[in-house]
Each structure stands twice: as C-alpha cells, then as structure tokens.
Design a protein around this ligand. Sequence first.
Ligand code: NAP
Length: 247
Amino acid sequence: MTEDRPVALISGGSRGIGRAAVLRLAADGYDVAFCYHSQAEAAELLVKEAGSLGANVACHRVDVSDPDAVRAWVTAVEKELGPVQAAVTSAGITRDKAMVMMSDDDWRAVLGTNLDGAFHVCRAVAFGMMKRRSGSIVNISSVAGIYGNATQTNYAASKAGIIGFSRSLAKETGRYGIRVNVVAPGFVDTDMVAAVAERAREAALANVALGRMGTADEVAELVAFLAGDRAGYITGSVFQIDGGIAL
Ligand code: NAP
C-alpha cells in the first residue's frame, strides 16, 4: 500500500461493471488489485488505464470458483500492495436455459462462479479485515436474484444466494468494523447483456421506467460509494440500480 492509498480488490475486474469499478476506485485514490479469468488482453489494457490514474495496480489470472486460487490471489495481493480495505465481487457468468433443459454443468458452472466465487473472495479477505477491525465488501447480485427471470433459474439462484450470504456476513462481521452490502443491477450495457438476443433485450427494456440500459460507470459510482467511508453506517443492505425495472 502506498501511503494514504488504501487497497481495493475486485474480482472479475477486467470487463464490464468490475472494470468500471476498478477505474472508479483508482480515481478515488485506491490502489487496485483485480482478477480476470480468460481475457488477458482486456486485463492488460486496464492495468495501464488504472495506472494512469495514479494507482498501483496488481492484476492476476484467477478462477474464482477455485478456493485455493482465490486464497493464493489474496495472499499475493496483500504482499504486493498491502492489506485489502475494500473488496468487490463482480466476477459472474450466465448460462441461460429453460430449467427442464438445464444440464448439471450449466447449473454448477453458474453457481460455482457467481455464488461460490463470492464466498471464496469474501472468506479470503474477511479474516484480515476482522483482525484490523476495518473493511468493506460490496457483492454484485442482480435484480434477477430478487424478482426471478425465466431461463435464469441458475443465475437467479446464485444472485439470490448472494443476498442471503451478504446479509448474514454483515451480521457476523459488523462488530469487527466490517460492512457488507449488495448492489443489484438491472439491465447494464456490458458484454454480458450484448450476448442476450436482441428481441429479449428489447422486451426487457420495455419494462424499464427510464427506457434505457444503465452504464457500468453508473453502477461503479454506487459500488465506490458503498465501499468508502461515506457509507460508514450502511451494512447488510441491498441496493437496486435498475432504472425502475419493476415499478
Ligand atoms: P462481463 O462484462 O461479462 O464481465 C464479467 C467479468 O467476470 C469479466 O472480467 C470476466 O473475466 C470475469 N469472470 C468470469 N468468470 C470468472 C471466473 N470464473 N473467475 C474470475 N473472473 C471471472 O459481466 P458484467 O455485465 O460486467 O457483470 C458483472 C457482474 O454484474 C456479474 O456478477 C453479473 O452477474 C452482474 N450483473 C450484470 C448485469 C448486466 O446487465 N450486465 C445485471 C445484473 C448483474 P474474463 O473476461 O477474463 O472472462
């Protein structure tokens, strides 16, 4: 850790919402550590971009569904940059299918990355935070985890799981000075949404009061607020950022 620069760790930081969070937190004065899974080029570009904002940047290839890899990642980051003050879990995947057609692999892959992944990251950072009696965690869920979504039983289960997990963790760790909150985005313009068929995208947008998708930067603003001291009395809360998707 550079003097006066706390460390933020972001899983799935190389693209989309995680990437925007890396840049927002770097601009806010954090040193940033992020991981990616497969797209090394996007990660390398981000190292340069975040570095140009004055942050020390650590980038690792990690599969968040692998608990040992996550432990090794957090150990390496804390050696390189210092203790993690804020953690954001954004790594996530979809494998949409009608439930009756869903394979065991589709189910396990989504739960393994989205829910197990968040657990692995939180577990790896929480012990140090508890010892230091300070830290904040922001887990990225989804409105699908609140309202459900046809063809997303696996994804919605993982995102609903993140809510119960985070609220429980907030109760468990609050007395150690750790805050845990959830951000539940609606329809945000990233590669994940670009993969959805246009007709389905249009149908979903018809239910959004603001009539447009959100941007990753808009979500990152909320994430950065919750990660920092300005949100010092907020924990165990779920924040929807969805342009009014369910009004
Ligand atoms: P995205 O653009 O597809 O980016 C996903 C990120 O997660 C990438 O950096 C990817 O790395 C990383 N990742 C995927 N699997 C991983 C694994 N096993 N281990 C480590 N990293 C992994 O997705 P996004 O739209 O930004 O979504 C970010 C989070 O927001 C997800 O949790 C998603 O469920 C949630 N969310 C998104 C929306 C939306 O509308 N976009 C709405 C609600 C919630 P590589 O590029 O290297 O694979």
